[in-house]
Ligand binder design. Structure first.
Ligand SMILES: Cc1cc2nc3c(=O)[nH]c(=O)nc-3n(C[C@H](O)[C@H](O)[C@H](O)COP(=O)(O)O)c2cc1C
Length: 383
């Protein structure tokens, strides 16, 4: 594909997808101020290049939980990727494998974790929630272990569903409805409709169909909502820690106190995130929350970041502020909608190229040099 920026992937996805599907990915909670602020936060920091350091070739690889990745950009967990492209989760996971990075499967994927594991030999992490039925949380983690997911992500900012008004307006629903309004919306997007025609009736939350239960899609979305538990607390984190022996990350951490508590309980990594502005509108931008969390937990605990990454220079800024790696959410879905596996691969390669270029222009020859040269950054409003 000859796409030059993530913004262009977004524009093409908008052309290709029916509005309710595009808005489901693109939108945020309420006034979408956190969503916008996630992106804007990057322009509040400026790079101070040291061109004469001499970085003829750049090494973008990192080590995370004992595994080597060739790119410090992971594919973050996004529910319903299979709505954007047939077998979307598998397509994205294979693209991540080709780019030598990690794919994180959402609890709310269309394909189940077992199906993903069958078709994907790369590095994969599984994301879960804490449910009112704690036995179900445990069951999901058992299944993740059996399917050889190498790390577990507990998302902590989704204990209630955010108020996503675009979805209300569009009547977005899972399973998809096929009333006159929806059919009219699909008809004007024939390429997507044609590609998805056999998939649509099967769109569901693959991990929520318990073995042995009838596969009734109708009740699943409601069930998922009722399974989330606003009473989730640190005892649940401790229980999960005791149950999952591998790397365990908390996703949705914004407060330094919470970061410190997680560290005390033996959590292996943090993902500084506000769910891409889809949950608490008014929450701090991820990038703004990052420095005090990194200061608080120190360098022994990997801190990752997501939210608003749209350029290689954004990756560089996040790493310079102490993130060990970043994750992308929407860019993956836009790229998937444009060209499936190849689209996601191209999107990752585009970020790789931009990051490489930015590092070269800053005189940084590898990722370690970024953290050593942290003063490359200054608040843009101070310059
Ligand atoms: C359509 C969509 C679905 C998502 N589903 C999940 C999910 O199931 N679990 C989760 O932890 N985060 C989910 N997220 C949040 C992403 O993992 C990530 O935090 C966010 O998208 C990062 O912001 P970005 O989209 O600006 O990259 C979802 C995001 C989107 C856009």
């Amino acid at each position: 594909m000859n796409i030059r920026s993530i913004a262009e992937f977004r524009r093409l996805a908008q052309v290709r997808l029916p509005r309710p599907v595009f808005d489901f990915a693109d939108g945020g909670a309420e006034d979408e101020s956190t969503l916008r602020n996630n992106e804007r936060a990057f322009s509040r920091w400026a790079l101070l290049p040291q061109s004469l350091r001499g970085a003829a070739q750049r090494d973008l690889s990192i080590e995370l939980f004992g595994q080597r990745l060739q790119l410090p950009v992971l594919i973050g967990p996004t529910g319903l990727a299979g709505l954007f492209w047939p077998q979307g989760e598998l397509a994205s996971a294979r693209a991540a494998q080709r780019a030598s990075t990690v794919y994180c499967l959402s609890h709310g994927s269309v394909c189940s974790m077992e199906q993903l594991a069958q078709g994907h030999a790369g590095q994969r992490w599984m994301q879960v929630f804490v449910y009112k039925d704690r036995g179900f949380t445990r069951e999901l983690t058992e299944r993740a272990k059996a399917s050889r997911f190498s790390a577990l992500i507990l998302t902590i900012d989704n204990q209630l569903l955010g108020k996503r008004e675009r979805d209300w307006v569009n009547g977005f629903a899972i399973p998809p409805r096929f009333g006159p309004r929806e059919l009219a919306q699909y008809a004007i997007k024939p390429a997507w409709w044609w590609a998805m025609r056999q998939e649509l009736p099967k769109i569901t939350f693959g991990n929520y169909v318990r073995p042995g239960e009838p596969q009734s899609v109708a009740g699943l979305a409601g069930r998922m909502g009722s399974l989330l538990d606003p009473a989730m607390n640190w005892r649940d984190v401790e229980a999960l820690r005791a149950h999952w022996p591998g790397p365990l990350l908390l996703k949705g951490v914004l407060h330094p106190e919470e970061a410190a508590q997680a560290q005390k309980l033996g959590i292996d990594g943090l993902i500084v995130s506000n769910h891409g502005g889809r949950q608490l509108d008014g929450a701090i931008a991820s990038l703004d929350a990052l420095p005090s969390i990194v200061d608080r937990v120190g360098s022994s605990m990997p801190v990752l970041l997501d939210g608003g990454i749209r350029r290689g220079s954004h990756v560089l800024k996040a790493l310079a502020l102490g993130a060990r790696a970043v994750l992308v959410g929407r860019p993956q879905l836009w790229a998937l909608a444009c060209a499936g596996e190849n689209g996601v691969y191209d999107m990752l390669e585009l970020l790789r190229d931009e990051l490489d270029r930015a590092m070269g222009l800053c005189g940084l020859e590898d990722i370690a040099a970024i953290s050593q040269a942290r003063p490359i950054l200054a608040r843009a409003d101070l310059i």
